[in-house]
Write a protein that binds this ligand. Structure first.
Ligand SMILES: *[C@@H]1O[C@H](CO)[C@@H](O)[C@H](O)[C@H]1NC(C)=O
Ligand SMILES: *[C@@H]1O[C@H](CO)[C@@H](O)[C@H](O)[C@H]1NC(C)=O
Ligand SMILES: *[C@@H]1O[C@H](CO)[C@@H](O)[C@H](O)[C@H]1NC(C)=O
Ligand SMILES: *[C@@H]1O[C@H](CO)[C@@H](O)[C@H](O)[C@H]1NC(C)=O
Length: 257
């Protein structure tokens, strides 16, 4: 009786240590998938064309104080298992709320701006948060606002006389050449096609290293994820004229019709 009792104890202790090991393994593995990313993509979107291809065009709204390129997100690359394990609350962002509302607004009536930020935090921010300086909701959003201010895309476009217009078109090279000095030569400009077959410029993707320096080259992360075609656009074609539509607050889904 005591022997088998001891045996049971040993078995159960072994069970505990095994499950501790399994926990430890799961923990370090989770850390690996959370934190092994090497590149970030900072993505800006142009409210002028954002709404053109929305399935539900009446869901679009451009707040009156939004007149510039806005943030879409700051995305660690290849971080597939970010989690909702780190909750975010409006009060976390009180300090930056007003700035975020203008520079990182939701353009959908069906989503408040906070819902947009919350989704971005859960999908991307929690992964970014394993780097010092981004390791809280407030820090992550503050860093993103700093990037938005640092990459002064408006000034670069102004200097190159690239202005929103319903008629005038631009070549890929004109836009790329205007942006590359500030955003790096790996910057990607993204377009989408409207129902008249026009290529509309809608996004800019800026690859950054983990330490937020420009560009990101990692042989183990080829092909560069930011070149892949995805749902929010495709790299603007090089041989086709590109449209850079003005913001139309009254008809955001048909800015030029
Ligand atoms: C379209 O968006 C509007 C505004 O958010 C909403 O009231 C409406 O129900 C949506 N329509 C569909 C078909 O989802
Ligand atoms: C917004 O755009 C205007 C016009 O291009 C520019 O003068 C202004 O500096 C921009 N503001 C910000 C915050 O980028
Ligand atoms: C922009 O407008 C929103 C309401 O749409 C407001 O909450 C926010 O404080 C405004 N931001 C700035 C910087 O004016
Ligand atoms: C930032 O990271 C890149 C890529 O790892 C590295 O080449 C560069 O030296 C780093 N820069 C600084 C200032 O730490």
């Amino acid at each position: 009786m005591p022997v088998s009792g001891l045996h049971l104890l040993v078995v159960s202790l072994t069970g505990i240590s095994l499950s501790l090991e399994a926990d430890h393994w799961a923990e370090s593995n989770r850390e690996k998938t959370f934190c092994s990313w090497k590149c970030l993509i900072f993505t800006l979107q142009w409210p002028g064309s954002f709404c053109v291809n929305l399935r539900n065009s009446s869901d679009c709204k451009i707040p009156p104080n939004v007149s510039n390129w806005t943030v879409h997100g700051l995305w660690p690359q290849r971080c597939m298992s970010c989690c909702s394990c780190w909750p975010i609350f409006q009060s976390d962002l009180k300090e930056v709320y007003s700035q975020l509302s203008q520079l990182w607004p939701s353009l959908l009536r069906s989503h408040s701006s906070f819902q947009f930020w919350k989704n971005e935090w859960i999908k991307h921010g929690v992964c970014a948060a394993c780097v010092e300086g981004m390791n809280s909701p407030l820090l992550y959003f503050q860093i993103t606002l700093k990037l938005r201010a640092h990459f002064d895309i408006h000034q670069a476009l102004d200097a190159a006389s690239i202005k929103p217009s319903c008629e005038k078109t631009y070549e890929h090279a004109q836009i790329y050449d205007a942006l590359a000095p500030d955003l790096g030569d790996r910057v990607v400009i993204q377009c989408m096609q409207d129902d008249k077959g026009r290529e509309l410029w809608v996004q800019v993707k800026v690859p950054l290293s983990r330490n937020l320096t420009l560009g990101c080259a990692h042989p183990d992360q080829d092909p560069p994820p930011w070149l892949q075609i995805n749902s929010d656009g495709h790299p603007c074609p090089k041989e086709v004229p590109l449209y850079y539509f003005p913001i139309n607050y009254d008809f955001p889904d048909k800015p030029c019709d």
